[in-house]
Design a protein around this ligand. Structure first.
Ligand code: ZN
Length: 502
C-alpha cells in the first residue's frame, strides 16, 4: 500500500497536520477523563471540569480552524487515492458538524457533564435520583440545542445518534431493535417456561475481590492483552479508553457475582484489542482511528459473548478459576451454563444474558427518545423506567440505583449511544459466523487457550483498516454481505435452544 502522504497535494498535508493536533488533544481529554473516573480524589472535580471544558473548546477551535475549511475547499475536486479520499471524508464529516455548533455550547456541555458525572456517582451511591435530576434536565436541553444547531430540520435524536454511528442510520437501528424485540420475546418466554435448570455454582457465598482481580488478570494474560500498552483498574462503570499505543480498561467487582466482573473484563478487552490493533503509523489520522460505536461494540461483544460465554472458553479457564476460588466445585460445563443463565429477575444491563440484554436497550432507547423529543419529563424517568422494566423484563427494580441510575451514559450527555450496543451485538454474531467459517478448528483453538486465530482474523478484517471504510463498507469487506441480524438470531436460537432444551 502506497503511503497516502506521498505525492499528496499540499492542502492534504495541511489538513492532516491539523487533524493530528485534534487527535492528540482528544487523547489528552481521554486521559483526563480516565483519571477523573479512576484515580482522581473526590475533591478534584471543580478543577477537572474546567480543564475538560477548556480542552473541549480548544478541540473545537482546532477542528473548525480556517486551515481545515481552506484545505477541504482546495481538495474539493482534487484527484485523490482511495485512502486519501477516506481521510478527507472522515475529517469533513466531523468538520461539518463542528462548525455549526458554537464553541460556548461545546464548553458548556463538557462542563455540565463533568459536574453531572459526580452528581450521578453520588446519586447512584445514595439511591437519590433527585441529586442527579437537575443535571440530567440541563443536559437534555443542551443536547437538544446542540442537535438543532447541526440540523434543525431533522429529528434531534437522529442527529445525536449520528454522533455515535454516522453510517448506519436511525432507521436501521429501529428496524434491528424491532426485529430483536419481535423474535427475542418468544425465545425469552420459552426459556422461562423451560424445566431445564442451568448450573449456578456461585449462587451461595461471597467471592474475594482480590481473587476476582487475580483471575481477571490471568484471563487477560491468556487472551493476549499487551500489558506494555494497557492496564486494568476499577471504576464505578467499566470502560476502555485509549489508542494503538495505550489502551486501558476498567472493571468492577461484585462480591456475590464474580462472573459479572469476568465477563465485563473480557468485554473491555475486546474494545482495547481493537484500539491496540489500529495501525501505529497512522496515529493521528482517520486511518489510525477506530470506526464508530457499532463496530467498537461488535469487538467487545464478540469477545464477551462468542468467546467468553462459549463452552470452549470454560474448558480452558475452569482450572484457573478453581485455583482462585477453591470452594467453587464446578465443571467447565457448569461454568458455561452459569455464564449463559437467563435470570428471571435480571435488573442490570451489564450483567444481562445475551437475550434479555436487548430488552434493556429497547427500554433505554424509548426513554431517551422521549426525553429528547420532550414527550417525557426528567422527573418521570424513574417511574417510566420501572414500568418498562416490568413490561419488558417482568421485574421492578427496588431502587433507582439499580433502575434508571445504573448506567453512566446520560451523565456524559450521551443520548443516542445505547442503540449501538444492540447493533454491535448483532454485528459481532455476523463477524463471528464468518470467522468460524474461515478458521479451521476455531473452537478447539479456544479450548486450548490459543486466541491468536480469532484475534488475527479480527485484526486482518477489521482493526487494520481504521476508518478507511464506512461502516457498511467495512462489514461487506469483512463478511462479503451487507449488515444483517440473521446470524445473531440463528446463533441465539441454537445456543439457548440447546441450553434450555427448547
Ligand atoms: Zn462496550
Amino acid at each position: 500500500m502506497a503511503d497516502h502522504r506521498a505525492d499528496a497535494p499540499d492542502a492534504y498535508l495541511d489538513l492532516l497536520d491539523q487533524y493530528e493536533r485534534v487527535t492528540a488533544l482528544g487523547g489528552v481529554q481521554g486521559t483526563l477523563s480516565w483519571d477523573q473516573q479512576v484515580m482522581m480524589p473526590e475533591g478534584g472535580n471543580p478543577a477537572r471540569s474546567k480543564q475538560l471544558s477548556v480542552a473541549s473548546g480548544l478541540g473545537h477551535d482546532l477542528l473548525t480552524d480556517d486551515v481545515v475549511a481552506d484545505s477541504l475547499a482546495a481538495l474539493d475536486d482534487a484527484d485523490l487515492t482511495d485512502e486519501q479520499a477516506a481521510v478527507v471524508r472522515e475529517i469533513e464529516r466531523q468538520y461539518v458538524r463542528a462548525e455549526r455548533v458554537p464553541r460556548d455550547l461545546v464548553e458548556e456541555i463538557s462542563q455540565t457533564s463533568s459536574e453531572a458525572l459526580q452528581a450521578w456517582e453520588e446519586a447512584r451511591e445514595n439511591d437519590d435520583f433527585e441529586t442527579f435530576a437537575p443535571y440530567l434536565e440541563t443536559l437534555v436541553e443542551l443536547k437538544r440545542e446542540y442537535a438543532a444547531h447541526i440540523d434543525d430540520e431533522r429529528d434531534p435524536y437522529a442527529v445525536l445518534f449520528d454522533e455515535y454511528e454516522p453510517y448506519l442510520d436511525l432507521e436501521t437501528a429501529e428496524r434491528v431493535l424491532d426485529r430483536l424485540r419481535e423474535e427475542l420475546v418468544p425465545l425469552i418466554d420459552a426459556v422461562q417456561a423451560s424445566d431445564t435448570d442451568l448450573a449456578a455454582p456461585f449462587a451461595d457465598g461471597t467471592y474475594d475481590p482480590q481473587a476476582q482481580e487475580a483471575f481477571s488478570r490471568d484471563v487477560l494474560d491468556a487472551l493476549g492483552y499487551d500489558w506494555d500498552r494497557g492496564r486494568l483498574d476499577t471504576s464505578t462503570h467499566p470502560f476502555t479508553v485509549g489508542n494503538q499505543f495505550d489502551s486501558r480498561i476498567t472493571t468492577r467487582f461484585s462480591e456475590d457475582e464474580p462472573l459479572d466482573s469476568m465477563m465485563s473484563t473480557v468485554h473491555e478487552f475486546g474494545h482495547a484489542r481493537y484500539n491496540l490493533g489500529l495501525p501505529q503509523a497512522e496515529y493521528g489520522t482517520p486511518l489510525g482511528e477506530a470506526r464508530d460505536l457499532t463496530v467498537h461494540e461488535s469487538q467487545s461483544r464478540l469477545w464477551e459473548n462468542h468467546v467468553g460465554r462459549s463452552a470452549a472458553f470454560w474448558e480452558r479457564f475452569a482450572g484457573d478459576l478453581r485455583e482462585q476460588f477453591p470452594t467453587v466445585d464446578a465443571t467447565p460445563r457448569d461454568l458455561y451454563e452459569a455464564a449463559n443463565r437467563v435470570y428471571p429477575d435480571n435488573r442490570i444491563r451489564v450483567e444481562a444474558d445475551e437475550l434479555t440484554y436487548h430488552m434493556h436497550i429497547v427500554l433505554r432507547f424509548e426513554i431517551e427518545r422521549a426525553l429528547i423529543s420532550g414527550d417525557l419529563d426528567v422527573a418521570d424517568v424513574p417511574e417510566t423506567w420501572n414500568d418498562k422494566m416490568d413490561e419488558y423484563l417482568g421485574v421492578r427494580p427496588d431502587t433507582d440505583s439499580e433502575g434508571c441510575l445504573q448506567d453512566i451514559h446520560w451523565s456524559h450527555g450521551n443520548f443516542g449511544y445505547f442503540p449501538t450496543y444492540s447493533l454491535g451485538s448483532v454485528l459481532a454474531a455476523q463477524l463471528y459466523a464468518h470467522a468460524e467459517a474461515d478458521i479451521d478448528g476455531l473452537d478447539a483453538a479456544i479450548s486450548e487457550g490459543d486466541f491468536d486465530p480469532i484475534a488475527d482474523w479480527l485484526g486482518e478484517h477489521v482493526h487494520r483498516h481504521g476508518c478507511r471504510y464506512t461502516t457498511p463498507e467495512l462489514i461487506e469487506e469483512a463478511t462479503g454481505e451487507p449488515y444483517t441480524a440473521d446470524h445473531f438470531l440463528d446463533y441465539v436460537s441454537a445456543k439457548f435452544g440447546d441450553l434450555y432444551d427448547l
